[in-house]
Design a protein around this ligand. Structure first.
Ligand code: DX5
Ligand code: ZN
Length: 237
């Protein structure tokens, strides 16, 4: 299997962001000028680029595969945070690693042999992430945390951008944060879905340190730079 850069952000960005990393999701970008939009996000101070892979089976929507990831890889030097919303993720891990993933995140709901798939990701030299949907119990993290670089709490049911943040996510982040502080303090806590200037502050206070945002970065009338600046101000207070 091809080894990839584990993709930690440069120290300077981590300092600027006060420990909170912003991960624009390209799902809301203009796909006709994807490379430009990713470059805009990088210049504007994004810490990671979040790439949503959907298969029309685990989620209703279909997005992109390794070829598009490789194109994104050529457009930025930022780590690529690949969120696999697909069944049988073990069949595709190698291809996404080869295409340049810095982190590969799989969903607990579709991976019964979680230990094997997380090991497969880490053995490839890539960071491993585990995601849970809004109503999936957090218990899985008690066992999985030692094998994780990122624990992802979905704040909407996955499948589409532009959905409303589910408020109960805040309690889940707090609970996961306590577990993570005890078992694996180096693991990032990521939140995905409905993150904007209003919800960003709340999820950071609850304990999240990686914020995924699609519509709030690439949507609306303001520029990507203005959107990211507003999000960062809200996130770091
Ligand atoms: C949803 C995806 C998200 C999505 C977030 O299934 O996993 O990453 O892009 O979009 P917003 O920020 O618009 O809710
Ligand atoms: Zn996502």
């Amino acid at each position: 299997m091809v080894r990839a850069d584990r993709g930690n952000p440069p120290a300077i960005l981590r300092l600027v962001s006060n420990g909170v990393r912003l991960a624009p999701s390209i799902l809301a970008a203009d796909f006709a000028r994807l490379g430009e939009q990713v470059a805009e996000a990088e210049v504007a101070g994004a810490d990671l680029i979040h790439v949503d892979v959907m298969d029309g089976r685990f989620v209703p929507n279909i997005t992109l595969g390794p070829a598009v990831l490789a194109a994104v890889r050529r457009s930025t030097s930022l780590p690529l945070d690949v969120h696999l919303m697909i069944v049988e993720p073990e069949r595709h891990v190698e291809a996404f690693v080869a295409a340049g993933a810095g982190t590969v995140t799989v969903h607990a709901e579709v991976a019964p042999q979680l230990h094997r798939v997380l090991a497969m990701v880490r053995e490839s030299g890539t960071n491993a992430g585990l995601a849970v949907n809004p109503l999936t119990p957090l218990d899985v993290f008690a066992g999985a945390l030692p094998y994780l670089d990122t624990a992802l709490v979905m704040s909407v049911d996955p499948g589409f951008g532009g959905q409303d943040f589910i408020p109960a996510t805040l309690d889940r982040i707090r609970a996961l944060r306590r577990l993570r502080d005890r078992i694996n303090p180096g693991c990032l806590i990521e939140v995905d879905g409905g993150i904007d200037a209003d919800t960003a502050r709340m999820v950071v206070k609850a304990g999240a340190n990686v914020l995924v945002a699609g519509s709030a970065v690439f949507g609306g009338l303001r520029t990507v730079a203005e959107n990211l600046a507003a999000l960062r101000t809200a996130a770091v207070g």
